[in-house]
Design a protein around this ligand. Sequence first.
Ligand code: ADP
Length: 424
Amino acid sequence: MFDHSRRNLAHWFALSMGGILFAFAGVGYCLSVEEQLRVFDDELFSQSKAFAVKTQYSLYQSQWRNQRGQTPVESDASLNGGLMYARWYNSNKQLLQFIGSSDGKQLTAEPGFQTIKAPIGSELPTTRTWVRQVTLPILEGKVLIGYFQTAVPMNSLRVGLNQARLFLTFGVPVTFGVIGITGWFLGGLAMRPSLRAYQQLQQFTADASHELRAPVATVLSNAQVALMPPEDPVEQRLRLQNIVQTAKSMSTLINDLLFLSRHNGSLAETGLKPVDLCEILRSLAQDFAVQAPAQKLNFDAHLPEHPIMLKADANLLKQAVINLLTNAFKYTPADGKVELYLFTQSHSAVIQVKDNGIGIPSTDLPHIFDRFYRVDTVRSRQTGGFGLGLAIAQQIVQRYGGQITVNSMLGQGSTFQISLPLKL
Ligand code: ADP
């Protein structure tokens, strides 16, 4: 699925960028041809003009004629600047004189520039080449007295244009290929977050199903035995209690999963109220202080007297701290100590949950906030943990733009710290 999307992305990227490239190359080529031709024409025009003004014209039998012998043009050798031919016509467009090759007795071309195929030299049979020809009217005052025509071969221009065409012929496909490869690479980059999210979702679904399978099997086997004719009512009752217990733990797991999926993403500003963190933690501390003696734990809360206000959903914040305190109580043996701290540091409110319990091995610390991650699976399951408590706490804290960190030493205890930005 992702490969297909990536191919599609690369395909459309290459097509669109390739289209733009072709359009630019085409326009660039046309502009370059136009510009080169303009320069070429300017040069041809100035050469032709220089050549034409050297010719002297005189009035002969009511006809203007260029004076043979007085013109500097007597032979092919006198054609300067690479001119191929020079032709003089009278005002009736009849050929008077030429150097190089003639093109009939009559001038057929209109004044101006033309690109034509013209013979090289005056001998027969002739080979033809592309030339740029210019025909200029010659005026004496305001009277038209004749025409002058000349041409230059377009070889130099054609060589330049051929080079440009060659460059485009090879350059464009190569660039197109590079665009394709870039598209494939960018497609991969663009797909990466979606791929990661998809893999996480797959993993999450697989883990959730795996976690639910065991309790469902327990409920099923207990129910099947309970359905048999009762032999011992005490055992029967035990089985039913087991079903209730397992169903309760399944319900916790389902609630946790729902929580994670519902509260995913960033927090909407609306619905958040200014809350006093001190007050929230004080009520929590009271609840845990009641629980502590039952687990033979010492519990202390160090909370400031003054309120610490921030904009939050009190229930969500409570949930995050409850998860940390529950873990501290779960993973601290009897006679251990659990402490809750609240203080402000620069622009943050800091909550710390410290215990001197079993601690976490350093190799597990980087994964401790991953969903379904448990250091000791057997022990966690016995204590009713699914490895979601810390993931939930982290998700809540991150939604408030805060951070949750841990410091732990195996056998010495752990300190979990939540920092929340103090903004109202
Ligand atoms: P669980 O529900 O299994 O406790 P959590 O996400 O809350 O899941 O915690 C993940 C794992 O981190 C636990 O399985 C436990 O091994 C370890 N852990 C969390 N808190 C503590 C703590 N205070 N002391 C020791 N280990 C802890």
